[in-house]
Design a protein around this ligand. Structure first.
Ligand SMILES: [Fe+2]
Length: 149
């Protein structure tokens, strides 16, 4: 794979992370349970870190760091649109569950690419965060935390 192609894959992942940041910001506003809100804010931060570590690799490869513009329709747009119409913890967790399923799928696919070992290692680390996010959100949905007040 050429550096150009690697950069294209990494930019796609970074865009996905950017969409996830936006989705988490909206979700946090909808969640009325402080411990869950705090956890979602940490996940949002993980996604910001991913954007940074992917951008660093892109720049090292001679590519342009991705431009993150809020007006660009991202791959999670469907999730973001859904987020506008949901209210409360239950709705927010439902949207984050589907968003995290998508980020997990895309990160898993990225781990299968033939990439240099150091880049592969970074993607594996980011993917581990994604697995943790999905596991947490699915657990809270299964517990029906919105019923615990
Ligand atoms: Fe995530």
């Amino acid at each position: 794979m050429t550096n150009h192609e690697i950069c294209r894959h990494l930019r796609e992942l970074a865009q996905l992370d950017y969409d996830a940041v936006r989705a988490y910001r909206q979700a946090v506003e909808q969640v009325d349970l402080a411990d869950i809100r705090d956890q979602l804010a940490l996940f949002e931060n993980d996604h910001s870190q991913h954007i940074q570590n992917l951008s660093q690799i892109i720049i090292l490869l001679g590519g342009n760091a991705p431009e993150m513009k809020p007006d660009i329709d991202g791959v999670l747009l469907e999730g973001l649109t859904a987020m506008r119409s949901v209210t409360g913890t239950r709705g927010a967790l439902g949207v984050m569950e589907s968003s995290e399923k998508l980020t997990n799928k895309r990160y898993f696919e990225a781990t299968q690419l033939h990439l240099p070992a150091d880049i592969k290692a970074q993607i594996a680390l980011n993917f581990r965060d994604e697995q943790r996010h999905l596991q947490y959100v699915q657990q809270k949905v299964a517990e029906k935390v919105w019923q615990m007040r």
